[in-house]
Design a protein around this ligand. Structure first.
Ligand code: UDX
Length: 450
């Protein structure tokens, strides 16, 4: 049985099964539920969200056919290809069952699917159900990835070292090294996946987790070429007060630790849900943070240090050296952390959610991107919005110490903090009657019109 909301209109949401793509989709779902829609989430067994966090939704798992080897490879490109190949039939079956079960007046109004779950579009098309695409990465990144696809098709990849620091023509300030490469698969495969994700096919509109005050020129450029309406509804994490959709358990004890720290003093360190680092990088980070003398809250995700389960490889003497000045957790309630007055900086891999969450709280960033859109986001943070510093070289403790101090205490960092607060205010305006507010309302009307 579907959980009924006032309008009786049912939306089926299909998130891509990674933390950075589940979060914005479920936030969007909570927002649409608050507007009277019933929401069903169709999801893979792999990385399935926890239904008990969202009693307002109905969850339908579908078999994804992933093998244990595919999952343990961690190759996101190969996994997403496999999901698209394997899930079409099970998704179609799931929808057909729902449609038959439902009262005729309560048919599926629309399917909203993540751009990387493009198998959903062809099923919706077969069943004649309207469909909308959700993009969860920045607009600038989509322009950058189109450039990557073009350069690849002209045989220009991989880029020679001598080109890496050159600007990409017409994409200033992006350099060739900032183009969104995926380092664990070939450019060929990644480029094919991006081409599939880029294709709007027969979808009626695009929902985009970004906003005009951050990406006006990229959005304008995309809107000029796009045949369907674009609703720039970001930052979606601010569109509703949804419960967490964390795949890992949040350790809230770090909030009590933050309560004891002084205002703007703490650097929050988290490299998101996918990045891993070597033992050597771990040691440089640990000693660099220690030498900076700033208190730090460090998320070390289990398995994110190559060759260890959790923090076994931290250098000897480190924990004694930092004592109460550091707090290490496996997973943090990130939004609560970033909105805490004690947090004055965010050392991030610059995933798009983390970037939006940091900007929304006016927290300046220390950027250490690793792959895909992270490099594009980091460049925007440091060179376009000028609210952060990028660590570009191999991690080295002395440079880390200097950069953390620059961000947290020097005049350079103070300027970044001022600009970050100004952006935070612009986002608030956008949410309260500005462009995001209007886009969200227009989206609701657009869906109601189906
Ligand atoms: C992945 C890709 O790496 C990234 O490039 C792309 O933009 C989105 O998908 P991910 O590593 O998951 O990103 O980072 P991010 O986009 O920042 O999303 C992580 C989410 O997990 C954020 O919403 C963040 O709030 C949450 N998080 C992270 C926690 O709740 N607790 C933590 O301890 C760390």
């Amino acid at each position: 049985m579907e959980k009924k909301a006032q309008s009786g209109q049912l939306l089926v949401l299909v998130p891509c099964p990674y933390q950075g793509t589940i979060n914005p989709m479920l936030k969007l779902g909570t927002f649409l539920h608050s507007k009277g829609f019933s929401i069903s989430i169709v999801h893979t067994h792999f990385n399935s969200p926890n239904p008990s966090n969202h009693p307002e939704f109905t969850f339908f798992p579908i078999p994804d056919g992933l093998t244990a080897d595919q999952i343990s490879s961690g190759n996101v490109v190969a996994i997403v290809f496999a999901i698209n190949a394997n899930c079409k039939a099970s998704f179609k079956q799931c929808l057909t069952d729902r449609v038959t079960e439902q009262e005729p007046q309560n048919k599926i109004t629309c399917i909203i699917y993540d751009e990387f779950m493009y198998f959903s579009e062809s099923v919706a098309n077969d069943l004649n159900i309207p469909r909308i695409l959700l993009r969860t990465q920045s607009a600038t990144n989509v322009i950058a990835r189109n450039a990557l696809i073009r350069l690849h098709s002209k045989g220009c990849t991989p880029f020679p070292d001598s080109m890496l620091l050159n600007s990409v023509p017409e994409l200033h300030p992006l350099r060739f090294k900032d183009l969104p490469i995926y380092i664990f698969d070939t450019v060929e495969n990644y480029s094919e996946l991006l081409t599939n994700a880029n294709n709007v096919r027969t979808s009626s509109a695009i929902i985009w987790n970004t906003l005009d005050c951050l990406e006006q020129s990229s959005l304008a450029q995309i809107k000029q070429q796009c045949q369907v309406p674009i609703f720039s509804t970001g930052p979606l994490h601010k569109a509703s007060t949804a419960a967490t959709s964390s795949l890992l358990e949040e350790d809230t004890s770090c909030v009590a630790w933050l309560d004891k720290q002084s205002h703007n003093s703490v650097i929050y360190v988290s490299l998101g849900s996918l990045v891993s680092i070597s033992e050597k990088e771990l040691a440089e980070m640990a000693w660099g943070l220690t030498k900076s003398r700033q208190p730090f809250l460090w998320v070390i995700r289990p398995g994110s240090i190559c060759g260890s389960h959790w923090i076994e490889l931290l250098p000897q003497g480190f924990l004694e050296a930092v004592g109460e000045r550091s707090c290490i957790v496996k997973w943090a309630p990130q939004m609560e952390v970033l909105s805490h007055g004690a947090v004055g900086g965010f050392w991030s891999h610059c995933g798009w959610n983390s970037t939006l969450e940091s900007i929304s709280e006016g927290v300046p960033m220390l950027c250490r991107p690793c792959f895909t859109d992270q490099t594009v986001n980091a460049r925007c943070v440091s060179e376009v919005w000028k609210i952060g510093i990028q660590l570009e070289n191999e991690l080295e403790r002395g440079e880390i110490e200097r950069t953390v101090k620059k961000l947290m205490v020097d005049d350079d960092g103070k300027g970044m903090r001022v600009r970050a607060k100004q952006l935070k205010e612009k986002i608030e305006v956008s949410m309260k009657g500005g462009s995001t507010y209007h886009s969200l309302n227009e989206l609701v009307e657009f869906i109601r019109s189906f």
